[in-house]
Design a protein around this ligand. Structure first.
Ligand code: PGA
Length: 253
């Protein structure tokens, strides 16, 4: 079963708009998107529209890092899915652990965001993952099942076409500590099993499940050799052209 590999760079709050545009230009010049792979970058909100213009015709797509669940309204400081689509986005990251832990996002709120993203014709990248304490208490699969099922509540099988799940163990994000390919594969296979129970095996086989957490040019090839790992959500290593290009051009090992 071949799934289109997805490699997404999450720039977090690192690049101001001008730098984001310059960086995107360099990326477009340096990178040819390999066949069978999809490359996505997620700049901060104020850079989205300008980066979208740079990416036109490049084969690289745009993602946002967050969204508000309402279509529009009196929500000072918030941004709707419709606005993100209008700015040129194709994907939206929802439920990143930094938002869960730093901004009190609950599974219920994340589900509303995901539903709003789908309703506006964008594709969600739903992030789920356990903390170190949860892993040590052997609660990993329980946490994953809860976050996955709550995040996908009321989402119909047809809506899952194009949706992406990102397994991001919290203890691996920004720490330099990657899950081993075996650890990641175990959770990815579990996620695919859960999706199979919800949407049927055939649909579950089509849904992409990407890994995130200290992905770098040195470990990408090994992670991608696992059968249920369909790509990567990359933070730190995505904000340099060289390391991100190497990750995109990985060879399985
Ligand atoms: P990292 O971040 O690659 O820097 O660990 C991943 C993420 O937060 O999505």
């Amino acid at each position: 079963m071949s799934r289109f590999t997805l490699i997404a760079g999450n720039w977090k709050m690192f690049k101001p708009p001008r730098e984001a545009v310059q960086f995107s230009r360099r990326l477009v010049e340096a990178m040819e998107v390999p066949k069978g792979r999809e490359v996505v970058i997620a700049p901060a909100f104020p850079a989205l529209a300008a980066v979208a213009a740079v990416l036109q015709g490049s084969g690289i797509s745009l993602a946002a890092q967050n969204v508000h669940p309402a279509p529009r309204g009196a929500f000072t400081g918030e941004v709707s899915a419709e606005m993100l689509r209008d700015a040129g986005c194709r994907y939206v990251i929802v439920g990143h652990s930094e938002r869960r832990s730093g901004f009190g996002e609950t599974d219920e709120l994340i589900n509303r965001k995901l539903v709003a993203v789908l309703a506006s014709g964008l594709k969600p990248i739903l992030c789920i993952g356990e903390t170190l304490a949860e892993r040590e208490r052997e609660k990993t699969l329980e946490i994953i099942a809860r976050q996955l099922n709550a995040g996908l509540k009321n989402v119909a099988p047809d809506d899952m076409e194009g949706a992406v799940i990102a397994y991001e163990p919290v203890w691996a994000i920004g720490t330099g500590k990657t899950a081993t390919p075996g650890q990641a594969q175990e959770v990815h296979a579990f996620i695919r099993g859960e999706l199979g129970g919800k949407y049927g095996t055939a649909a579950a086989r089509r849904i992409r499940i990407v890994y995130g957490g200290s992905v770098n040019p040195g470990n990408m090839g090994q992670l991608m050799a696992e059968k249920d790992i369909d790509g990567a959500l990359v933070g730190g290593a995505s904000i340099e052209v060289a390391s991100f290009s190497q990750i995109v051009n990985y060879a399985e090992v």
